[in-house]
Design a protein around this ligand. Structure first.
Ligand code: HXC
Length: 506
């Protein structure tokens, strides 16, 4: 027993100097991180004694405990997970073949057992001394990330550098968490950029946490500290199922204690408001977990519960760019919708937008291709899809935001909803262009036509008369209609034509 204890201690004791360096940067050690995320005493470690077997260039005398990565299984709030954490105190957490094979083994377990995978990344990237073997290791990880996609939830936590090809494993996973001042992600670092392009930039400004959460959209959750990040991970795990064959855990239903819906939306149709107040007013406990809150804020996506069951919510945000759809917001919503569909999470969509954002920048950035992702994602989804039109629903925006025509199961509209090809001003200007120009008082004539158009079309009743809207409901009825629709959709089935897979406009 003594020999075992000694061997165990040798394998788990961090090198004091490396541990001191880690602490000085405000970073926990790899084992401390795992313990902080998992339920107490639930971690079961495997492959502790796996060693680096090659005698590569410069590595002959190196001791690499666990080959720089810790792997195992445990639980989070009783929810089973497979987990790995790269150990920066061992060769900078660099990835060699034995290191990679420990990761791919725990990934294989996660896929077979049908449990989520959590990866904690803190690494200098491909282990330079191992040459092509370290590249092989990355490739084997990417391959499994792809096989696991849509089968088990995959979560990446970036808690240190994540450089080179290493960033592609997180990018292939479902959710990426970053921590201020600690996380750094980039394909090529500042040194290479300086050499190749002559541009100077710090690591933080190039690929720090804020950049990834706000500018690039590579990260889904941003925290100020590792402790806050772990709380976010634990909360997310409660909303998602173990795998694609299960539903997310059910919780006790909790009515919201939010302000009355009637008071949230201003009567003037162009005045902004925070759509998250609407979401909180209808979901259990007014508790909404927003995903990618800092990026493409003109659309809001996230998880909530209705009657104790997880739903994915998607909503235009009138507070940012009037809630228009553009390149980034289409990408953001489409990815979230595909996650929900893959993992049996019903979708509830709230609509209030003037349409797609016009402009040369957007056209040249590929708004056609990106916007099409949203059409594809909603049309492809077979989970229950329920839509509430709050206010404006014009043009392509109306169609794209989970309209009946893209397969919504239920579409409800508030009485103040405006559903038409375009807003009254634009419509009157186009239809009556000639008459306005010829009128004795063009402005008065134009205003009269705007009013006529508003009275006739800018309401939910034309859509309701055509069956495109199932019910015009008072705002205070929203939760009741949603709960009922979700309840009766519990066993929804929808067959699709057989195919290997679709070809979405990636
Ligand atoms: C081997 C590495 C390493 C690597 C760091 N180390 N990165 N060993 N291969 N890629 C080792 C260091 O030699 C050092 O060992 C220990 O880890 C700690 O590193 P430091 O440099 O002292 O730490 P720090 O100052 O905090 O800097 C961290 C760092 C820096 C920014 C990550 O180490 C760095 O720039 N590393 C190289 C990053 C890189 O270019 N990686 C390859 C990317 S290419 P000792 O023994 O001194 O403690 C790639 C291709 C993959 O990943 C493609 C897949 C498709």
């Amino acid at each position: 027993m003594k020999a075992h204890a000694r061997k165990h201690a040798e394998a788990t004791e961090p090198h004091p100097e490396a541990a001191r360096k880690q602490a000085a940067q405000g970073k926990l050690l790899a084992r401390e991180r795992i313990t902080a995320i998992l339920d107490p005493d639930s971690f079961h470690e495997y492959d502790l004694f796996v060693e680096h077997k090659c005698s590569d260039f410069g590595m002959e005398k190196k001791q690499l405990p666990g080959d720089g990565v810790i792997t195992g299984t445990g639980t989070i709030l009783g929810h089973p997970v497979a987990i790995y954490a790269q150990d920066f105190t061992v060769a900078g957490g660099s990835l060699g073949l034995a290191h990679a094979r420990k990761i791919t083994k725990i990934m294989d377990h996660a896929i077979k057992l049908g449990i989520p995978l959590i990866g904690i990344n803190d690494s200098g990237g491909a282990r330079i001394q191992e040459g092509v073997n370290s590249l092989a290791g990355y490739g084997e990880i990417f391959y499994r990330n792809t096989l696991a996609s849509g089968v088990i939830p995959q979560i990446s936590i970036i808690l240190g550098p994540c450089a080179g090809g290493a960033v592609y494993s997180p990018a292939l996973t479902d959710f990426v968490f970053v921590v201020d001042k600690i996380s750094k992600m980039f394909i090529t670092g500042p040194e290479v950029i300086k050499t190749v392009l002559g541009e100077e930039i710090s690591m933080e400004d190039l690929g720090g946490a804020r950049v990834q959460a706000e500018l690039s959209g590579n990260a889904h959750f941003y925290a100020q500290s590792e402790a806050e990040c772990f709380e976010q991970v634990k909360r997310l795990v409660t909303y998602i199922p173990w795998n694609n064959r299960k539903r997310a855990d059910a919780f006790a239903a909790q009515p919201p204690e939010a302000e009355a819906l009637e008071r949230i939306i201003p009567s003037e149709s162009n005045r902004p408001y925070d759509v998250r107040d609407v979401l909180r007013s209808v979901c259990d406990g007014a508790d909404f977990m927003e995903v990618q809150a800092l990026w493409a804020a003109n659309i809001v996506v996230g998880f909530a519960r209705m009657n104790g069951r997880t739903v994915g919510m998607v909503a235009n945000q009138p507070m940012v760019l009037a809630g228009v759809l553009d390149v980034d917001s289409s990408d953001k919503a489409a990815r979230f919708i595909r996650f929900c569909d893959a993992f049996n999470i019903p979708l509830v969509t709230f609509v209030d937008l003037p349409g797609y954002l016009p402009g040369v920048d957007q056209e040249h950035a590929g708004v056609i291709r990106h916007g099409a992702k949203l059409l594809y994602a909603y049309s492809e989804a077979t989970v229950p899809k329920i839509t509430v039109i709050l206010r404006k629903a014009y043009g392509g925006g109306y169609i794209a935001m989970c309209s009946r025509h893209l397969g919504a199961d239920f579409v409800f509209a508030w009485p103040c909803a405006e559903i038409a090809v375009m807003g009254p001003e634009g419509a009157a200007n186009i239809i009556f262009k000639g008459e306005i120009a010829a009128a004795a008082d063009p402005e008065a004539f134009r205003k009269e036509k705007v009013k006529e158009y508003t009275d006739k079309f800018a309401s939910p009743y034309v859509a309701a008369a055509n069956g495109h809207v199932d019910a015009v409901i008072a705002p205070h009825q929203t939760r009741d209609f949603l709960l009922h629709a979700l309840e009766i959709s519990e066993h929804k089935t929808e067959e699709r034509p057989a195919r290997k897979h679709g070809v979405p406009p990636f």
